[in-house]
Design a binder for this molecule. Sequence first.
Ligand SMILES: CC(C)(COP(=O)(O)OP(=O)(O)OC[C@H]1O[C@@H](n2cnc3c(N)ncnc32)[C@H](O)[C@@H]1OP(=O)(O)O)[C@@H](O)C(=O)NCCC(=O)NCCS
Length: 326
Amino acid sequence: MTRQILPASPSDATEAPVAPDVPEGPEVPEESFFSGDGVQTEIVAGHGFRTRFVADGFSERLSVLDYEGSIKPLVSYLLDAARARGLGKLFLKTRKDEWEAFISSGFVLEGIIKGFFRGEDAYAMARFLSTERRYSPQLEKENQIIEDLLFNPDRREARERAGRFRTETRNEDVELATPEDAEALARLYESVFDTYPTPLNRPEYVAASMHDGAIFNVVRCDGRIVSAASAAPDRDNANAEMTDCATLKEYRGRGMMRALLRSLEESLMHRSVGCLYSMARSTSYGMNLVFHSLGYHYQGRLINHCHIMGQFEDMNLWVKVPTPTR
Ligand SMILES: CC(C)(COP(=O)(O)OP(=O)(O)OC[C@H]1O[C@@H](n2cnc3c(N)ncnc32)[C@H](O)[C@@H]1OP(=O)(O)O)[C@@H](O)C(=O)NCCC(=O)NCCS
């Protein structure tokens, strides 16, 4: 899913400056539409702010897409909106000059996405609405994975050897998927994930994502798609999310995911993308290893961020600022 964040205007936590084009008075939903699966996008204006957010009933999360105006009334409105819908997490990305104002409004800083807003860093802020949602039982295991990757090359190599088969995937084995592959891709995702935050198990959703600009790369064996990943470029902010990574069990450890992500990076090279980022399942050694080995930097962890593999899971933020080609 493309998560597009538009630039936010400056404001502060204590004063409530009113953005010039924002109407005063009670909050008015200007627009509201459902895109299925309990996902509702809303645009709301009033009381000195204007915002666009997604209320996601599946991952029980309210994610702000963009906002402008005063932070305090905005947060107050969003908290009410999240509670009214029974959502446990409020999430947004803000800029350097505003993240502290969100801390003062009860948020925590979960990570930093270098260069997310056309080269400017994004601060990933969360406000949890229940103790249960705030705490993760997996932290020790997840910290060990990061520790092994970043600080223990011996342990890392031993684990890599244990998870590795001897066949290597070459760049030439990777193909660009087309809308005709939507059905096969949906089948792959359906068989790998018990649940997934977006309806990737539906061919029409996969095709619509491609139509919206997502690039899906695949590896086939005997004509069948056995591994896939996608890149979702955000033109407004000049970034791209690397996502939808899946390899069928019997094909894992052959370097398919590494080859897929490498080739996606290559196809983004000529698009002036200043930030590549991904949210990787924090308990997946293989996924975190792949991003680390491709030169992404660990930039934080989003706690109980989405419903995936049948439960809420933490997601590690991995970020790479590509070096411009001449
Ligand atoms: C995570 C996943 C996509 C990795 O796919 P993959 O094709 O097996 O990944 P690769 O083979 O490219 O992995 C790259 C390296 O990591 C190693 N590796 C992969 N899984 C590993 C594991 N569980 N333990 C140790 N090493 C592992 C591979 O051996 C390979 O090392 P090498 O290149 O030095 O030989 C796959 O395990 C998967 O589909 N998991 C379930 C779905 C999922 O969690 N997706 C991630 C969503 S964020």
